[in-house]
Design a protein around this ligand. Structure first.
Ligand code: NDP
Length: 282
């Protein structure tokens, strides 16, 4: 599995397994199947309410801890310096781990500055090998980088063929922040799997639409974490490293850009207010 180097030297697989919207009772078998298929990067969050099941799957797999790359995320209700430290301990306890590979601020709202100070401490003492953010648009990212000591290692943002984030990626490169895509298959929306351009390129390579979309992101050096509960799709999504898209194919996919979010628009005030009110048992 190809890896990327984060800005602090930590190595991260370029392709991993996301567990958003997998119900708690289906998460352990799904993660076990993903590990069996060969995934080593796991992406969960306190807000997904399935960290315990991810932890059980890790324990059951018997895979040495240092061969795994585990990410979880801090939810808004736990922002602030002291609450972040407590939330981090609870996440680790649920995952059954004694350190994290990557800890992310899930959303750019509320007291994320206080959280970032706590996370800088967790990073310095080695309990989080890398720290980063999620859903930070360029202005928020620039602000955080400008006023803090540690530059986020990763920014995990909605990125797929319909919302490509090329300007975001340019800024992240400038700062040394690794671009990670969530929703790499656009969660199947906007006619994703029947898109004529993707179908045409998939035929030319004798691959699936999902593989073309993931390959296109990986070729842009973006980390991807597709989610599936089906083992055959897990294997399919992992199998994108033995072919390349041509410059012309890359450009054709680039032509699918719509310039807007299709899943969660973080600039929409109603959505911001709604997210700020969401509470989980973390
Ligand atoms: P994805 O773009 O990964 O799409 C997942 C959907 O595609 C599921 O319905 C899945 O169905 C289907 N699917 C997966 N593989 C295939 C395939 N090969 N062929 C056809 N259908 C397929 O969406 P996600 O939102 O899950 O994003 C991935 C991960 O990103 C999440 O799991 C989570 O870890 C992270 N994320 C982070 C967010 C954030 O705010 N930081 C927000 C959203 C996601 P099935 O399971 O039935 O196969």
């Amino acid at each position: 599995m190809p890896q990327v180097s984060l800005n602090n030297g930590v190595r991260m697989p370029i392709l991993g397994f996301g567990v958003f919207q997998i119900p708690e009772d289906q998460t352990q078998p799904a993660v076990e199947a993903a590990l069996e298929a060969g995934y080593r990067l796991l992406d969960t969050a306190a807000a997904y309410e399935n960290e315990r099941a991810v932890g059980r799957a890790i324990a059951a797999s018997g895979i040495p801890r240092d061969e795994l790359f585990v990410t979880t995320k801090l939810w808004i209700q736990d922002y602030g310096e002291e609450s972040t430290k407590r939330a981090f301990d609870r996440s680790l306890e649920r995952l059954g781990l004694d350190y994290l590979d990557l800890y992310l601020i899930h959303q750019p709202y509320g007291d994320y500055y206080g959280s970032w100070r706590a996370m800088e401490g967790l990073n310095r003492n080695g309990r989080a090998r890398a720290i980063g953010v999620s859903n930070f648009y360029p202005d928020r990212l620039a602000d955080l980088v400008t006023h803090n000591e540690i530059v986020p290692a990763v920014n995990q943002i909605e990125t797929h063929v319909f919302f490509q984030r090329t300007d975001d990626q340019k800024l992240m490169r400038q700062y040394g922040v690794q671009h990670e895509s969530w929703g790499p298959l656009a969660e199947g929306g906007q006619g994703f799997f029947d898109n004529p351009v993707l179908v045409d390129i998939a035929r030319a390579h004798d691959r699936s639409v999902a593989q073309i979309a993931l390959r296109w992101l990986v070729q842009r050096e973006i980390v991807v974490i597709p989610k599936s509960v089906r083992p055959e799709r897990m294997a399919e999504n992992l199998d994108v490293f033995d072919f390349r898209l041509t410059a012309d194919e890359m450009a054709r996919v680039a032509g699918l850009e719509t310039g807007r979010s299709h899943i969660v628009d973080h600039h929409d005030p109603e959505r911001v207010t709604w997210l700020g009110g969401v509470r989980f048992d973390t």
